[in-house]
Design a protein around this ligand. Sequence first.
Ligand code: SF4
Ligand code: FES
Length: 361
Amino acid sequence: MSEVQNFKVTIDNITVEVAPGTTILNAARAIGGEVAPPAMCYYSKLKDSGGKCRTCLVEVSKGSEKDPRPMPKLVASCRTTVMDGMEVKNITSEKVLDARKGIVEMLLINHPLDCPVCDQAGECDLQNLSYEHGSEKTRYEFKRRTFEKEDIGPYIQLHMTRCIMCFRCVYTADQLTDKREHGILDRGDHAQISTLLGKSLDHDFIGNVIDVCPVGALTDKTFRFKNRVWFAKPVDAHRDCPTCKGKVRLWMRGEEVFRVTARKDEWGEVEDFICNDCRFHKKETKDWVIEGPSVVDRRSVIAQGHYQGKVGMVKEQPRLIDQVIGKAPKLLMDIHSISDVNRPDVDLSQIEGPAHSDDFE
Ligand code: SF4
Ligand code: FES
């Protein structure tokens, strides 16, 4: 049997070998870090997901070894497969960064700015995306979309105004449960997630729609307004569950379990889907075998104030992205341009120990 030859693809000046049929997004994820484009609708565990939000757009500057012509338009990396010799630009392309800014602006056209009262704050993909790529102003002058309130059951709260129509929850219900009862009704800017006949979502695995939703459109009713995620401490735990693998993340304060979710990987995707019983009904520490503190992305707001892994463990060193992609990372703001407190000639990182008033005379 002849061996299948891997394809070589270069993304942001880094070359990786992947199997034919791999998408640009997954090739970029194989490299890792900032090279991987953001994805608001693609979800590797949900068949047919992707192609809806356009946040993963990239520039293909060389189509392949055989046909080196660049692709005329930016392409959705979650839906475009690699070719041998392909060259792709993500964060090294001004066009991509500009387009992504436009996409964020479009996603925020109808999205309410209610992060201060939203349970998803601190772990919201749209919030992260707009910090990284958004602009501080909106040009939109019209009224935002509003919807009739709809009760979709005892466990899940739907805030339709926050929905970005990524379809992930619909695929989750379709692929994890045997009777999907919700879907997308209507078209265009009237489109909305609904249960059609006002039916509640009560299948054993339906709680997973909360974890796959990239924004705060579907949240956990048993956790609503109880705590901010960055005050809770994530802990990995398991139990012998007859319905799912029982591997979860507990969100605790002291001995109290505030919330149970599935564990997520470095791309923010669920590792193993969990059942409603583990998620909504096992809220006591005695229900679980605690494994230890969860490893949280160093850049996440949830990592603030929490140690990673075992106490005394050496912390992960920051990746020097400028060494990887050959250009300096984008600064959100240069403090010297708005404040005279720190002198530009004093490099804080060169000062041994905490900075002291003597350092600034
Ligand atoms: S409710 Fe959430 S998961 Fe469902 S389509 Fe809207 S944003 Fe996506
Ligand atoms: S992640 Fe590719 S289009 Fe949404």
